[in-house]
Design a protein around this ligand. Structure first.
Ligand code: ADP
Ligand code: MG
Length: 684
């Protein structure tokens, strides 16, 4: 059976070399790909509607007798031929028309009953259906059953791709080898693989569809979850992780802080402390909303590492953020004689050389930087702790690269993307999770207003008023991903207008991704020092920038941003003592846009926002970007399938606890599907 599944698509009945090319574009290369190309939706062409009850502009199935022959209607344009057929049932008459389909000529016979499926138009008491699919009464090729509709088909018609898939299914009919262990199938009442694959394409009823889908989603999520968990158990088994000194107390630093840590911060520090003192490697995700105080947590952990005799690497996604971290680290740790350095690509060769030498000698305790830290010539003397601060995630691969610069160092991954816990387990299933679910006290709520573009003048006056009071403003423009040039242009045009007209009496500057790091840092520095009143930028400022005097964030074309991203942007203000504002300028009128803007106005809670984001966009888009390093799902939808996901997470945990390498006989099938996942998808 293995063999048959890898049969090249070209050789499957109804395909051939030309169609094979089109199918390749859909990611279908062999029989297995074909039969796992799942329908996007279905059309129920099961139940006929009486002609008298057909509604205007709805798709219907009618069952009716031909009362005329197919008649060709002449039109002025000789190229267009219209064919017309009159049919009736006991409630009324319908006109069926086709264009240019001369092969239909001798098919229909007066007095014979046919089924037609298509979109109906109602004109008074009559109805008309254009270009329907049809069957002779008893047949169920195009009608009379639930018909699958496939997502993308390029130049293949739905009928063609459906036929090809049907041919493919015939080749494997009831011969697919079961991919799940029998005990799971029994316990969770799952369809066997043959039933599931057949019925997902051609369900006889809704129940078939639900059950077939449940089985396939279950398997897809289970293999994913098992893959991540086995990765995690592999880390944990690694012998001889770093054991940090129990005599070094985090409280040394905590007592010197200018503020009191929140309960949540203390709790996660305790979890981290336990990990650090144990001889297993820490692999922990620290999740917390913007401003929840993750940085200080990493500073305290770094203190423990350094005072235990190890070096620390801190990786940030941007140079701006890395520089800012350097400042925060120095501010707290210099008093303990801890030496911090910055490594970003824009520093001079000489400086870099010097840093690399001192790092290798052990004269630098904490190295903070961007991807530059990953380079091969960056060698630590004794790396014991790695912290990655990331917007999404650097990917397992990059994490591994940095980890290999030490001897199983502890790893702390920080993220400000608040995602529901169940989903975090999918995204970061290979890590233990700590959550800071509380903001430091006395934070002022940021007032958020979603406004139409037409109110621009009032908004501008509001910005001026804030600046007159001594505050500063961010104005962010969206990225139109496909076209960098165009992006830049739109920001630059806006910048010119604002600088030379709208806000000409103020200091306006621009910041975007195409600028040199040095330039960017300079501008950020000037903004921090208050030399710039208004900073116009693309989303480069999204991550973690801290300017307490900035009190207003304006987002242009807010409808183009994801909610999670808007929430991140909003987190740039409200970092000081001043009442802060977030103004979302938006266009468009769709229900989803309005809904999204409303969510932003009504809540400041990152977790609620991310749940809504997921709901309003669907997990497809939420997880669509490859940034997450997540395999794409063929059938599962993390939002809709949350119940199955929870079940699967329990199952996977139990299995891995008892059989971490999937070596038991009863799990041998699982080993195969997990291996497949690793080979195809997860990059390690
Ligand atoms: P995050 O990285 O989670 O977005 P930061 O670590 O940058 O947040 O913290 C935001 C600000 O809050 C910083 O200025 C930090 O010094 C401050 N801060 C952190 N923890 C506390 C606390 N417990 N009480 C008061 N201020 C805090
Ligand atoms: Mg941060």
């Amino acid at each position: 059976m293995e063999n048959i599944l890898s049969k090249e698509i070209q050789y499957i009945k109804g395909v051939g070399p030309n169609r094979a090319k089109l199918l390749n574009k859909l990611g279908i290369f062999n029989l297995e790909d074909l039969i796992t190309y799942y329908p996007r939706t279905y059309e129920d062409r099961n139940k006929p509607t009486k002609i008298a009850e057909v509604q205007d502009n709805k798709e219907v199935l009618i069952e009716a007798i031909a009362t005329s022959r197919l008649e060709e209607i002449r039109t002025r344009n000789k190229k267009i031929k219209i064919y017309k057929l009159i049919v009736k049932d006991e409630t009324g008459t319908a006109t069926i028309t086709w264009f240019n389909q001369s092969y239909l000529k001798n098919i229909f016979k007066i007095g014979q009953t046919y089924k037609f499926f298509g979109k109906a138009k109602r004109i008074g008491s009559k109805i008309e259906i254009n270009s329907p699919v049809y069957d002779i009464k008893e047949k169920t090729k195009n009608t009379g059953r639930i018909i699958p509709i496939y997502p993308l088909t390029y130049n293949l018609s739905q009928n063609t791709i459906r036929q090809i898939i049907e041919n493919g299914l015939e080749m494997v009919s009831n011969k697919l080898e079961e991919t799940l262990p029998q005990y799971l199938i029994n316990e969770y009442n799952l369809y066997d693989i043959n039933n599931a694959i057949n019925l997902i394409h051609f369900p006889r009823n809704f129940e078939d569809f639900i059950n077939a889908r449940k089985r396939l989603v279950f398997e897809e999520l289970l293999s994913m979850q098992l893959a991540l968990l086995s990765l995690k158990s592999k880390y944990q088994k690694q012998e001889k992780g770093v054991t940090f000194n129990k005599q070094i107390h985090m409280s040394d630093v905590i007592n010197k802080l200018p503020f009191k840590l929140t309960k949540a911060q203390l709790k996660v520090l305790e979890e981290i402390d336990n990990d650090m003192e144990s001889n297993k490697s820490m692999n922990r995700l620290l999740q917390g909303d913007v401003g929840s105080g993750k940085t200080v947590v990493s500073i305290i952990a770094s203190y423990k590492a350094v005072k235990s005799g190890y070096q620390v690497a801190i990786m940030a996604p941007t140079a701006i953020l890395a520089s800012q971290h350097l400042e925060s680290f120095k501010q707290i740790l210099e008093q303990f004689g801890i030496r911090c350095e910055l490594l970003i690509s824009s520093i001079t060769k000489k400086k870099k050389q010097e840093i690399l030498e001192r790092l290798e000698n052990g004269d630098i305790d904490i190295l903070i930087g961007t991807h530059a830290i990953l380079e091969e010539n960056v060698v630590f003397k004794n790396l014991g702790l790695v912290v990655t601060d990331e917007q999404h995630r650097f990917g397992v691969k990059q994490r591994t690269t940095i980890v290999q610069k030490g001897q199983n160092p502890d790893v702390l991954v920080m993220t400000a993307t608040p995602i529901p816990r169940t989903l975090a387990l999918i995204l970061y299933g290979d890590l233990d999770i700590s959550i800071i679910d509380e903001l430091p006290p006395n934070r002022k709520k940021i007032d958020t207003f979603a406004v139409r573009k037409s109110l621009t003048e009032r908004i501008n006056n509001f910005i001026k008023k804030q600046i007159e009071e001594g505050r500063q403003a961010y104005i962010v423009c969206p990225l139109v991903e496909e076209n960098e040039e165009l992006n830049l242009k739109s920001v630059e045009t806006l910048f010119e207008t604002y600088k030379n007209e709208t806000f000409k009496e103020y200091n306006v500057e621009i910041l975007h991704g195409k600028m040199k790091s040095k330039e960017k840092d300079q501008i950020m520095e000037n903004f921090k020092n208050g030399k710039i009143d208004i900073l116009i930028s693309t989303t480069v400022i999204e991550v973690g920038v801290n300017v307490p005097n900035a009190s207003i964030m304006v987002v242009e074309n807010a409808e183009r941003f994801g909610l999670a991203q808007l929430h991140q942007l909003r987190g740039r203000v409200g970092r000081g003592e001043y009442q802060s504002y977030c103004i979302l300028k938006y266009e468009g009128n769709s229900k989803v846009i309005n809904e999204r803007m409303k969510v932003m106005q009504n809540t400041n809670d990152g977790f609620i926002i991310s749940e809504k984001d997921l709901e309003l966009r669907g997990s497809g888009e939420f997880f669509g970007t490859k940034q997450h390093g997540l395999p794409e799902f063929k059938i599962a939808n993390l939002f809709e399938d949350i119940d199955i996901l929870k079940k699967v997470q329990n199952v996977a945990n139990t299995i891995i606890k008892e059989d971490s390498n999937l070596e038991k006989k009863e799990n041998e099938k699982l080993k195969i599907i997990v291996k497949k996942k690793f080979n195809n998808r997860i990059e390690i």
